[in-house]
Each structure stands twice: as structure tokens, then as C-alpha cells.
Design a protein around this ligand. Structure first.
Ligand SMILES: NC(=O)c1ccc[n+]([C@@H]2O[C@H](COP(=O)([O-])OP(=O)(O)OC[C@H]3O[C@@H](n4cnc5c(N)ncnc54)[C@H](O)[C@@H]3O)[C@@H](O)[C@H]2O)c1
Ligand SMILES: [Zn+2]
Length: 376
């Protein structure tokens, strides 16, 4: 006989988590790993994940440093460098390397590389045996000032970038400025786009500082770079602490990214993310002014700093306003049917609309404005 009484149990999981972690920034940190990683609750065994280019330059040094700090590198999983390898296939390959080595939950993952390695290694750590610890060793400027902080991990699919992933916070971030010495100049420039973004969205004094120290930035002066990385991590961490899951405030980190992502797609990923974000900021600052949110004098200062960093002008990229508007649709899908932008209201502060920081701009409104900005 069927029993139609409803039985119910409750699974109570009201947890308080402390995912806090330190970010260490300095020159030559590998020699101090023992003290930096002490008390981080890391097991003895490590899986070192990197890409071929980074590993060739810095892998052996990290391997030796980890050994000297008392850790045992059980496996090295090194995949081909490049965004095109930020895939499910690469993740499965890394996982198989760890599984073949019979690594259990008493393992942590060391992610040595730029944003691609950090996102891939972090996401692998998030799901391997339902989650093991990881530590970020960022080696690009972009990774030091942006991707290594905040706990977003993931990979790309043919349907779009970063669509599969998890929030998984690292146990520590070790930004050794020495890594920047081998970084190709175009990659340094790409990282500077996010640096300028952080200044515009949150810190007017930092914006002035960047203008003043530009010659030292250009030659990667270690003291200046240390300050820049420190300030950037502080800005990003400050945002993430208040809104880890991007319910509102975290959206401000997307300045320059709505049109930046459209440009990345338009250029079929031949342009670096940072370059596209820089041009995206040029457009979005002008758009903010056209919408009456930002003073023309501030737009000028933003454009001037982007010029100083050597970024292309909006007209240097062959893409029509109509194409751009069309390509913001994937962002639109991601945000519930509306194209959302975030706009500065002045250098160092972001505008808020009725729905918070995300401001909707319809295609019919965006199109003529973008046409005007391009035609200038
Ligand atoms: N998780 C986040 O919050 C977040 C934020 C921003 C960007 N990202 C992601 O980050 C990725 C871009 O990161 P990236 O710009 O660091 O790219 P990347 O990791 O591909 O590195 C760029 C290139 O530089 C090489 N390289 C790295 N460090 C080097 C060094 N020290 N010396 C010489 N060569 C070096 C790499 O092998 C690669 O060829 C994208 O996939 C993006 O989606 C994630
Ligand atoms: Zn970015």
C-alpha cells in the first residue's frame, strides 16, 4: 500500500567559514617559503601546476624552494601555454596526472603562472576529491594585480570564456616581483590595463601616483612595482571582502569589460585581454560622459593615462559600433537579458543607478553614442 504521509528531515548547515588568506608581495620570496607558508594548514605533498613557458623559466626554482621549505613535490603537471588550453580537456589531463600519482586529500596545489594557470589550477583544486587547498604563485602582472586575488576559478568552453568554474579561495598568494623580469613587454602592458582600471574605480590618489611614476613603471622599477601590486591587491581585496559572489559591488571590477569582452570576441582573441579592456575603458569612459555621469575633464585624464601606457585608440581596432553592440549580447545573456555597464562618476568612484552599480544601457541608446565616439 502506498504511504502518502510526507516525512521531512532538515539538514542544517549554517556555517561560519573563514577563508581569509595572506597576500605576500616582494622580491625573491621563493627563498622564504618555509616561513610564508607556515600556519597555512597545508599538507606535506604538493602538485605543482604550471604552463610550459613559465615552467621552463621558473619551475625548477619553485620546485627547489618547495623542497627546501619541507614540502614534497609529488607531481608536476605542466600544460601548453596559452588561453586556448584553458579547457575542460586540460583540466581532465591535470586531474589524471594527480590521480595516476594516487594523490589523496593530503595534497595541495601550487599554481605557478599567469591567469590561465591560476584559473585552471584553482578550479582543479576546487573539485579534486571535492576540494583541496591551493596557493597562487602569480607570474604575470595581470595575475599579481587581478586574477590571483578574489577566488574566481574556471575555464573556457566553445560557448564562451570562464563559463564553467567555482569560487575557491587560495590559502595564500605569493607574488614574487622577480617573476616580472622575464615577462614579455606586451604582457606587462596588458596587466597595466587592470592597474589603471583599479585606480579609476577606487582610488584617485593612486591614479595621480601612476601618472607621476610612469617612467619608473615603464622600466619595471621594483620599488614602484611593489607599491603598485600592493595597492591593486588592496583595492581588489577590499571589493571582494564586501561582495565575494558579485551581487553588486564586485561588478565595479568590470569597468571597461562590457565592451572589452565584445572587442575580444570581435578580434577573435588575437588581441590580449588587457588591450581590449584598455580600449573598453576608453569607450566606456566616453559613454559615461555622454550619459551625463562623468565630467569631460575626467575622461581626458583617463584617456591620457591610457595613452601614456601605449594602448591603441578606439579607431585602431576595425570593428563597427553595430558589431560591438551585437557582441555585448553574450554579456547580456549572462546578466538576465540586459546589457549592463559600470561607469565612473569621477576618477576613484563609481556611479550607482536604481539597481546598484550595474547600469543598463539599451542597444538603441548605445548604438548612436558608440558611433559618435568612434567617429571622433
Ligand atoms: N580569476 C579571475 O578573477 C581573473 C581575473 C582576470 C583575468 N583572469 C583570467 O586570466 C587569464 C589571463 O591571464 P594572463 O594575462 O596572466 O595570461 P596567461 O596566463 O596566458 O599568461 C600570458 C603569457 O605569458 C606567459 N608567462 C607568464 N608568466 C611569465 C613570466 N614570468 N615570464 C615569461 N612568460 C610568462 C605565459 O606562459 C603566457 O604565454 C584569462 O584566462 C582570464 O580569463 C581571471
Ligand atoms: Zn580583466
Amino acid at each position: 500500500m502506498m504511504n502518502d504521509t510526507l516525512q521531512q528531515l532538515s539538514v542544517t548547515l549554517r556555517r561560519t567559514v573563514d577563508d581569509s588568506y595572506p597576500i605576500f608581495i616582494g622580491d625573491g620570496l621563493f627563498s622564504r617559503l618555509g616561513s610564508l607558508l607556515r600556519d597555512r594548514g597545508l599538507p606535506k605533498r604538493v602538485a605543482l601546476v604550471s604552463d610550459t613557458s613559465v615552467f621552463a623559466l621558473h619551475g625548477p626554482a619553485l620546485r627547489d624552494a618547495l623542497a627546501a621549505a619541507g614540502f614534497a613535490v609529488a607531481v608536476e603537471a605542466v600544460f601548453p601555454a596559452g588561453e586556448e588550453h584553458k579547457t575542460r580537456e586540460t583540466k581532465a589531463w591535470i586531474e589524471d596526472r594527480l590521480l595516476e600519482t594516487k594523490l589523496g586529500r593530503d595534497t595541495w596545489v601550487a599554481a605557478l603562472g599567469g591567469g590561465v594557470v591560476g584559473d585552471m589550477a584553482g578550479y582543479t583544486a576546487a573539485t579534486y576529491l571535492r576540494g583541496i587547498p591551493f596557493v597562487q604563485f602569480p607570474t604575470t602582472l595581470l595575475a599579481m594585480v587581478d586574477s590571483s586575488v578574489g577566488g574566481k576559478t574556471g575555464l573556457d568552453t566553445p560557448h564562451g570564456k570562464n563559463l564553467i568554474g567555482a569560487f575557491w579561495q587560495p590559502r595564500a598568494v605569493i607574488a614574487d616581483l622577480r617573476m616580472l623580469a622575464t615577462l614579455p613587454p606586451v604582457q606587462v602592458q596588458a596587466g597595466l590595463a587592470e592597474v589603471i582600471k583599479h585606480a579609476v574605480i577606487a582610488d584617485p590618489e593612486f591614479f595621480d601616483y601612476l601618472q607621476a611614476v610612469w617612467p619608473q613603471v615603464a622600466r619595471l622599477d621594483p620599488a614602484v612595482m611593489g607599491k603598485i601590486v600592493h595597492r591593486n591587491c588592496a583595492i581588489k581585496a577590499g571589493v571582494v571582502e564586501k561582495d565575494e559572489r558579485e551581487s553588486d559591488l564586485r561588478k565595479i571590477l568590470n569597468f571597461g569589460h562590457t565592451l572589452g569582452h565584445a572587442l575580444e570576441t570581435a578580434a577573435d582573441y588575437r588581441l590580449l585581454h588587457g588591450t581590449c579592456v584598455a580600449i573598453g575603458m576608453r569607450y566606456e569612459a566616453e559613454l559615461a560622459a555622454a550619459l551625463g555621469l562623468l565630467a569631460a575633464s575626467d575622461v581626458k585624464r583617463i584617456q591620457a593615462l591610457l595613452d601614456q601606457a601605449g594602448f591603441p585608440a578606439v579607431d585602431d581596432v576595425e570593428v563597427s559600433a553595430a558589431q560591438l553592440v551585437e557582441l555585448t549580447k553574450s554579456d547580456k545573456k549572462a546578466r538576465g537579458g540586459h546589457v549592463e555597464y559600470v561607469f565612473p562618476k569621477q576618477i576613484g568612484a563609481m556611479a550607482q543607478g536604481e539597481r546598484g552599480y550595474g547600469i543598463r544601457v539599451g542597444d538603441e541608446q548605445a548604438l548612436p553614442l558608440l558611433e559618435r565616439i568612434r567617429g571622433r
